[in-house]
Ligand binder design. Structure first.
Ligand code: HEM
Ligand code: HEM
Length: 186
């Protein structure tokens, strides 16, 4: 029997990856639209509310994702990749976890806490404040979240381009390992 653990991610890992990827990309777009098209699209701060309600769910999902990741090895990278490229992939994934999925939502939480503004997680319950409100820290918190979000936009953009390069230029198994199983694989 084929050992599927070695050639692809577990279905839970796939659900977590694609679910969080969707939430992440929609949150990112909402943040940009809310801020840069404020008069046209966000006059009553409805988009800001949705941005915070959706993005804050990542703070909970990441705990489950990391626990699952620690208990389940990812599939091995293809032999065709050099040791340097394998190391690059490892560092890239570590940055996605540490900055895009942990530091960025934390910086948003920090900003809203400093500004004394509530975060309604998925519209269901309010997150407690991370720190006491402090108008003196408002600008620092705002710029930290804004610049981290732009850095992460580039990081995720690079991640997607590399995944497409593996699929269409290198033609290796990397994207397939993260896609749902096809009938022939089962
Ligand atoms: C607890 C989580 C988060 C909170 C509370 C939060 C809060 C905020 C707030 C208050 C704004 C300003 C919106 C406005 O001025 O109307 C903002 C902007 C933004 N956020 Fe978040 N955010 C969170 C997570 C995230 C995540 C996970 C991402 C990326 C997926 C993200 C990406 C952005 C972007 C791109 C902007 C616009 C930056 C700019 O001004 O160019 N945020 N966020
Ligand atoms: C269209 C969008 C995306 C595509 C096509 C994609 C594709 C992939 C692929 C093929 C892998 C497996 C790489 C390997 O085995 O070496 C992967 C892993 C990963 N992706 Fe994405 N991804 C996308 C969006 C995102 C987003 C938005 C995030 C987070 C902000 C993200 C975070 C990660 C992380 C952290 C891993 C490493 C998983 C692990 O080994 O634990 N991805 N992605």
């Amino acid at each position: 029997m084929q050992d599927i653990k070695k050639t692809e991610y577990t279905s839970t890992a796939k659900w977590l990856h694609w679910g969080m990827a969707m939430v992440w990309m929609i949150s990112w777009a909402m943040g940009i639209l809310a801020t840069h098209w404020r008069d046209e699209l966000n006059p009553q701060h409805g988009l800001t509310f949705l941005h915070k309600a959706l993005a804050s769910t990542l703070l909970f999902a990441i705990v489950i994702r990391i626990a699952w990741r620690l208990m389940h090895q990812p599939p091995a990278l293809p032999q065709s990749m050099s040791a340097l490229m394998k190391r690059g992939a490892m560092i890239g994934h570590a940055l996605l976890y540490a900055i895009a999925l942990i530091a960025l939502p934390l910086s948003g939480w920090y900003w809203s806490s400093v500004a004394d503004k509530p975060i309604l997680v998925a519209g269901l319950f309010t997150l407690p404040s991370l720190v006491n409100p402090d108008p003196d820290l408002y600008d620092l918190a705002k710029y930290t979240h804004t610049w981290t979000s732009w850095f992460c936009g580039a990081l995720v953009g690079g991640h997607i381009l590399i995944a497409l390069k593996h699929q269409f230029i290198d033609k290796d198994n990397i994207l397939a390992a993260m896609l749902p199983k096809t009938k022939t694989q089962r």
